[in-house]
Design a protein around this ligand. Structure first.
Ligand code: AKG
Length: 267
């Protein structure tokens, strides 16, 4: 199973329309891959909070349309990264779209953990509530977005729902790049799953992006890692490897759920 991560540059000098056209062209160029992944909020920029309202799209908006056409033209499954979605009730969500090789909408994931503490995304956007997996012929994708990577229970929930390839689009800042790499490897090892973590390059809203998109196998080995600039990272995955790893080293079977709280915390 061939996966290509498109680490597109999100710089403040490029318009959203231009980047959307460029992203579509990059996706079209990935014919031969089975799965293509774009990063978080690449049309607008994950930190371009002042543009969120103006660039918000309905689910069937311009990014969806452009990406559906590009996925169908390339004949690939496309995790189209995320967009600022305006829901019918007016709320904004950080929403990821997965498209089939025919351009059909196969999955919608609204980011569950919003970043920013008391500002930015955390106050401007509503939180998703639902775990999302998407069944491909070769694998089951489990979806997370950027800051979600810090919350292991989300990914464990995805594994319990059958995921074996965890896909994490992001707009991760350079300043915390060491966390990005460490957390991607941790999520792969503890869940005995592939992790495809696709970030952005460039600088927008004064935030330098980490780049360094990374593909980790279910044993925690880094199969490929991008540099800082715009780049397409292509890697071949073995769809049998998550199950083989779980058979050979069956740590997931040793989970102890529902442990009692410490005696001192009991009423
Ligand atoms: O957790 C982090 O350090 C970065 C998270 C982030 O930038 C995001 O979720 O947009």
């Amino acid at each position: 199973m061939r996966a290509s991560l498109i680490q597109i540059a999100v710089d403040r000098d490029e318009s959203v329309d231009s980047r959307r056209r460029r992203a579509a062209e990059l996706v079209r160029g990935q014919r031969g891959s089975d799965l293509v992944v774009l990063p978080e909020l690449w049309p607008v920029g994950a930190f371009a909070y002042e543009s969120f309202e103006a660039e918000a799209e309905t689910l069937d908006g311009p990014t969806h349309r452009a990406m559906a056409e590009a996925a169908a033209a390339a004949g690939v499954w496309l995790h189209a990264g995320s967009v600022v979605e305006r829901a019918p009730d007016g709320r904004l969500f950080n929403t990821s779209l997965v498209l089939s090789p025919e351009g059909r909408l196969a999955g919608v994931y609204r980011k569950i953990h919003r970043f920013g503490f008391d500002k930015g995304e955390a106050v401007m956007m509503a939180a998703g509530e639902d775990l999302v997996t998407v069944r491909l012929p070769q694998a089951t994708l489990g979806l997370g977005t950027c800051y979600d990577l810090r919350f292991p229970e989300l990914f464990r929930g995805l594994v319990d729902a059958g995921a074996d390839v965890l896909v994490v689009p992001a707009g991760w800042p350079e300043r915390r790049r060491a966390h990005w790499t460490l957390l991607a490897r941790a999520r792969a090892v503890e869940n005995q799953s592939y992790v495809l973590a696709c970030g952005t390059a460039g600088t927008h809203a004064g935030v330098e992006q980490a780049g360094h998109s990374i593909v980790v196998d279910p044993w925690g080995e880094v199969l490929a890692e991008a540099g800082a600039g715009e780049e397409v990272l292509t890697v071949d995955l073995d769809p049998k490897k998550p199950a083989a790893t779980r058979d050979q080293f069956p740590a997931l079977k040793d989970r102890r759920l529902g442990l009692a709280p410490p005696a001192s915390a009991r009423p």
